[in-house]
Write a protein that binds this ligand. Structure first.
Ligand code: 5AD
Ligand code: SF4
Length: 447
């Protein structure tokens, strides 16, 4: 039985969870609906259509979607409003498909490779039947998306999607599909449009962004060198990378290309070779550390970031100690760390020797203490440096602005600034998560 037809929604709200690729997809879905004449609502409670752009990477993220759906409907009931139309997008949509319609009676389910069809699906749902599209078509969705118009000073640009690595804990190869690179020209065109629309910094996104392949021998470093020539584009970043795809050309670009920021997110996950092998990571502790040495030789001030998983099946206390010693050896500027979460359908979910939750909790605490220590040390070592800060938004105090250093640190600075300004700042004081800076006096040429 299908639901009664409803008026097509006039207002929408997109809520994105998880990674930056989802944030990019969420922005693009917003642009798509705005191009249909719909208006963005600031809060879900003001919207006729709520798009939950979901993440499937850990169990908690999936359960959160169902509780969010329940909360949206409860809020509407309590405020005497009609329940909004609900679209579930992103990786939970891809993984669960029909199951979400069955379990939560949502109106639209759309996978990450199909969201260019969102307006059609919404129109179909408004006619009364749940609409579902989790296809992974051969033709890219990007050509079907509207042009970029107005963006923040720091913009995201997806250049690559999917993953062929099949780490044994990870759902991404199943939810986002195989590695696909967008064409060189399409990316340069979108980057140019982003700069015309106000972007000063572009972060190139991909699940394995450094595996970007132009198909003609060109790699990510060639793309970065091309983007470096776009007038008005001050900064380039990229995330997230796999150690095995870290080509020498890309390392060299960190030495040569001034607009390529000295920051690298290079997940290692664990520091013990037996665990890395069981994870199917295809790098070892030693090959990772040697790679870091080569990157630091090219760009000594580079800020290193990473992802870690504690409690992978079979991780012993001695194996975990190897992760702690790798952290000591690298000295990260920042990092993300997670408790292993078994994902249905992945090989690790059925491996023996699953680690008890209490052990994982305790290991995560120890790891995070080490990572926090290193982040604080990195920030403290930045004090006294003078660098450009890209102003992003007003801070909490009057006259205060918040921006990013080249090393992706949040910096507070007082002055007469505006979003998109690149301000020369001396870093004066370091906290655990941000720094305070002062506008540096202009450099005067010696007479
Ligand atoms: N459990 C815990 N963490 C995971 N990640 C990916 N899959 C899992 C999982 N099943 C982490 C990895 C990855 C990051 C995006 O999420 O560290 O790099
Ligand atoms: Fe997942 Fe591994 Fe691919 Fe990263 S490289 S998306 S962790 S399978």
């Amino acid at each position: 039985m299908s639901a009664p037809a409803a008026a097509p929604p006039k207002t929408f709200h997109v809520k994105s969870f998880g990674c930056q690729m989802n944030a990019y997809d969420g922005e693009r879905m917003g642009e798509l609906m705005a191009a249909q004449g719909m208006t963005a609502a600031a809060a879900p409670g003001d919207a006729d259509l709520v798009v939950l752009n979901t993440c499937h990477i850990r169990e908690k993220a999936t359960e959160k979607v169902y509780s969010d759906i329940g909360r949206l409907r409860k809020d509407a009931r309590e405020h005497g409003r009609a329940a909004p139309m609900i679209a579930v997008a992103g990786c939970v949509a891809q993984a669960e498909g029909e199951e979400i319609v069955r379990r939560a009676k949502v109106d639209v389910v759309v996978g990450p490779q199909a969201y260019h069809n969102l307006p059609d699906l919404v129109a179909r749902a408004a006619r009364g039947a749940p609409a579902l599209d989790t296809d992974m078509p051969a033709a890219s969705k990007f050509g079907a998306l509207p042009a970029r118009r107005k963006v923040a000073p720091g913009a995201f640009l997806t250049v690559q999607e999917g993953c062929d690595k099949f780490c044994t804990y990870c759902v991404v190869p199943y939810t986002r599909g195989a590695e696909v690179s967008r064409p060189f020209v399409a990316i340069v065109d979108e980057a140019t449009a982003l700069v015309d629309a106000g972007a000063r910094e572009i972060t190139l996104l991909g699940q394995n962004v450094n595996a970007w392949d132009g198909g003609d021998g060109r790699g990510l470093h060639d793309l970065i060198r091309a983007l470096d020539r776009i007038p008005g584009l001050a900064r380039i970043r990229y995330t997230t990378s796999h150690p095995n795809d870290m080509a020498q050309g890309l390392i060299d670009a960190h030495r040569d290309v001034e607009s390529l920021m000295p920051f690298l997110h290079l997940p290692v996950q664990a520091g013990n070779d037996r665990v890395l092998r069981a994870m199917n990571r295809s790098h070892t502790r030693d090959s990772y550390l040697r790679l870091i040495d080569r990157i630091r030789a090219a760009r000594p001030d580079i800020a290193l970031s990473g992802d870690f998983i504690v409690g992978f099946p079979g991780e012993t206390e001695a194996a975990f100690a190897d992760t702690l010693s790798l952290v000591d050896a690298v000295g990260h500027a920042q990092a993300f760390s997670f408790k292993y979460s078994p994902r249905p359908g992945t090989p690790a979910a059925t491996m023996p020797d699953q680690v008890p939750a209490a052990v994982m909790d305790e290991r995560l605490q120890r790891l995070q203490a080490a990572l926090n220590r290193d982040q604080a040390a990195f920030n403290a070592a930045s004090v006294g440096r003078t660098c450009d800060v890209l102003i992003e938004r007003p801070g909490k105090l009057p006259g205060q602005w918040l921006g990013k250093s080249p090393w992706l640190q949040s910096v507070h600075v007082v002055g007469d600034h505006a979003p998109g300004d690149l301000v020369r700042v001396t870093l004066m004081q370091a906290g655990p998560n941000s720094l305070a800076g002062m506008v540096a006096p202009p450099v005067t040429e010696p007479a």
